[in-house]
Design a protein around this ligand. Sequence first.
Ligand SMILES: [Zn+2]
Ligand SMILES: [Zn+2]
Length: 328
Amino acid sequence: MILRPLAALAAIVSAASATSSATVSDGHQEPTCALELVVLGAGQDAGAPQLGNPLDEAPPLLPTALGIVDRAAGQRYLFEATPAITEQVHALDRIEAGDASTPGSLGLDAVFVTHAHIGHYLGLAQFGVESAGADGQRVFAMPRMAQFLRVNGPWSQLVEFGNIDLVELADEQPVKLSDNFSVTPMRVPHRDEYSETVGFQMSSTGKRVVFIPDLDSWDEWEEMSGDSLEALIARVDFAFVDATFFDDNELPGRDMSAIPHPRVSSTMERLAHLPEAERAKVHFIHYNHTNPIREPQSAESALVAERGFHVARRGDRHCLVDGVVADR
Ligand SMILES: [Zn+2]
Ligand SMILES: [Zn+2]
């Protein structure tokens, strides 16, 4: 199914019930979700199995990425260009193929990257001449990240050859992508060797999302932003947050006190006082290959569920704007 642009949001008829179970009322309307979020990967940068570690029976853990299908606007957006970008864009294609009719287009209307660590941007290389040979693929990045790409090979060649079209973001400044979807970057504390690090807030005419896959600590973020984690969660419907490590016992033989990242156990503790509906907004993502929540059957995964939180899993789909896209 090729995604075609529609004139306006007026083309969306709100569905009274969950879109997946909506009844097709006539031959010209198709029940669907007007704006959908897809989890394309939920692992830390290197995924699993990791180099130097044995192959195991578990399904591969892909680095964290989210896809957005904006059916109302006929667009698709990708959050993070991971080393697994080829597989992740295929996964998005299986849900909704993009309009790739223009030569050099991959049917991705915008790619957003949070920072210059391997799991978050190495996939940009696939837009180059050795691979897809994209033509003007829009890539949104913060100014330091954009400069890093412009002046360092092999990324500079993507810019020089026009494979990517870098668009600079500004902290807390929204980017409107369609009538029903906009994205706002927010700085977060992280080890910023080559770039700033951001999370993204996604606003829609329906549900709102915050995506912060990588940060050093919530305390530092609160100090830096003047915001609070509880207030942030209150403003959204889905909070995809850093779950790199479960607790301090995870890396045997290593003193983890010097290793940043909020632990899943401490984030759950911190938010334990929130009402059930608030806790249910939290989806833990960007887990390290050592994190036991990687395994859905683990005691730690059960504990996350018991405490009222979620573990994001590759393949999860969440409808942000219910609707029936008409006249297809
Ligand atoms: Zn990362
Ligand atoms: Zn990082």
